[in-house]
Design a protein around this ligand. Structure first.
Ligand code: NAP
Ligand code: HSE
Length: 434
């Protein structure tokens, strides 16, 4: 690799935003402590940004900043690249080139690792370097390293997670305050939790990248994010939270991966979860990940899933790990190998319970028609509650809970219910977990 002088470990930092400025600040403030841990200094040699004149959360000598990626990629003295720019392009191209040129890489980029992880890990292996990505899932919560090392003795069977802080904050506010989605989103944006364009978070894409990474590691296979079924939280109404609570449930955006003899099923969607389960109690921007393995049974990791310093904690841990590998001249010690090539099963194969809210005319014979539709699709109803009646238009709201049924049957029933003249509106449809 470039830079044979290993008396110091030279770092090229790509990105100096929320995470990058935290990393730059902590590498500076704790320089002596990290030098003691590693045995030599970690030196920030260049920081790549788009705009040299932007105000920063960290003060760095002006000559360290550059807008030219070549000043990092072509510099043979840079041993290690930290990529915290975000987005797929050009981050993917920069990470790939850094690896091919023999530089170790630490990244927080879930999108790049979920889409291109296998290729980048192969590139790293061939170049005898590493790419570490602890911060890409769950911010500061240790997840990637435990799956790569501490849980290796287990056959993992499931991952259930709340891994998007923005949506968990929005859902918490909808539940606590009785707000609708738009109001909770505005509050999340005002507090800086949600981005001006919140699509990736609220449509479940961010969580899909993260569960693809966790499922790949847990099950030794490769789950591409395109194979992850995902639904967002935008259709939820404030009253769904009220009805769920009356039934003993919380509503959470869950990211789940399950392994069976037939392959893996990986999905992200809002779901009802019993209020006494640990995941139901995870509030605000916090994340939590529940892993189940054959030896360990169940373990729960919980903590701050985003934010400058929590994410910096994960990035710098990877940096220290990589620095030690550079000094020892080792690579590929504990890395993911997705050899199993397990098939990813479609959502239609899922069997679970369902919650459905319908608006119907409040008159005789309506319930019988709805029950008939469920019956024809082999779905057994567990309970029906008439929640609200509206005198003026003579309608009522029904909340139906089913027994465990096949998703394909449930989807067919939903299409047929929408066609029934007695159904005014098919409202929220949610899966029930646990
Ligand atoms: P951010 O605040 O938007 O910062 C991105 C930085 O990258 C900015 O400094 C920007 O430069 C620079 N940049 C972006 N595109 C560039 C380009 N083409 N050329 C040069 N510089 C470029 O993002 P962030 O929140 O720190 O997130 C960074 C990464 O960490 C993402 O992959 C994200 O998913 C991941 N992550 C973030 C968090 C979190 O809490 N924020 C948590 C876990 C993981 P300018 O400043 O000049 O615009
Ligand atoms: N947007 C993410 C979240 C943080 O809300 O959890 C970065 O992974």
């Amino acid at each position: 690799m470039g830079g044979r002088d290993l008396s110091r470990i030279n770092i090229g930092l790509m990105g100096l935003g929320v995470v990058g400025s935290g990393v730059a600040r902590i590498l500076t403030e704790k320089a002596d402590w990290y030098a003691t841990q590693v045995g030599r200094p970690l030196v920030l040699r260049r920081a790549l940004v788009r705009d040299l004149n932007k105000p920063r959360q960290v003060e760095l000598p002006r000559e360290l900043l550059t807008t030219d990626p070549r000043e990092i990629l072509d510099d043979d003295e840079v041993h290690l690249v930290i990529e915290v720019m975000g987005g797929e392009h050009p981050a993917y191209e920069y990470v790939r080139e850094a690896l091919l040129r023999g530089k170790y890489v630490v990244t927080a980029n879930k999108e790049v690792m979920a889409k291109h992880g296998p290729e980048l890990l192969d590139a790293a292996r061939e170049a005898h370097v590493d790419v570490l990505y602890e911060a890409s899932v769950g911010g500061g919560i240790p997840l990637i390293a435990p799956l790569k090392r501490d849980l290796l003795a287990n056959a993992m069977t499931s991952v259930r997670a709340i891994i998007n802080g923005t949506t968990n904050y929005i859902l918490t506010q909808m539940s606590r305050e009785g707000w609708d989605f738009d109001r909770a989103l505005q509050q999340a944006q005002a507090l800086g939790y949600a981005e001006p364009d919140p699509t990736n978070d609220v449509e479940g894409l961010d969580a899909a990248y993260k569960i693809a990474l966790l499922a790949s590691l847990a099950f030794h296979t490769h789950v591409h994010p395109d194979d992850v079924y995902h639904e967002g939280i935008t259709r939820l109404a404030a009253r769904d939270f009220r009805y769920a609570r009356e039934l003993g449930y919380a509503i959470k955006l869950l990211a789940m991966a399950e392994r069976s003899n037939h392959g893996v099923q990986v999905r992200v969607h809002p779901a009802l979860i019993p209020e006494d389960q640990p995941l139901a109690k995870v509030e605000g921007v916090y994340n939590a990940v529940e892993l189940t393995g054959d030896l360990l049974d169940r373990v729960l990791f919980q903590g701050p899933g985003a934010g400058s310093l929590p994410t910096t904690s994960a990035v710098v841990a990877d940096v220290i790990d990589v620095a030690l590998s550079i000094i020892r001249g080792v690579s590929d010690r504990l890395t993911w190998r997705g050899d199993l090539m397990l098939p990813v099963r479609p959502i239609a194969d899922l069997t679970t319970r369902y919650y459905l809210r319908l608006v119907v005319p409040d008159r005789a014979g309506v319930l019988a028609q709805i029950a008939g539709c469920f019956g024809r699709n082999e779905i057994s109803i567990a309970s029906v509650i008439q929640k609200e009646t509206h005198e003026e238009d003579q309608t009522a709201e029904l909340v139906i809970m089913t027994h465990r049924s096949l998703e394909a049957n449930m989807q067919r029933a939903l299409r047929q219910l929408a066609e029934l003249p007695v159904v005014r509106e098919v409202g929220t449809f949610l899966r029930v977990e646990g």
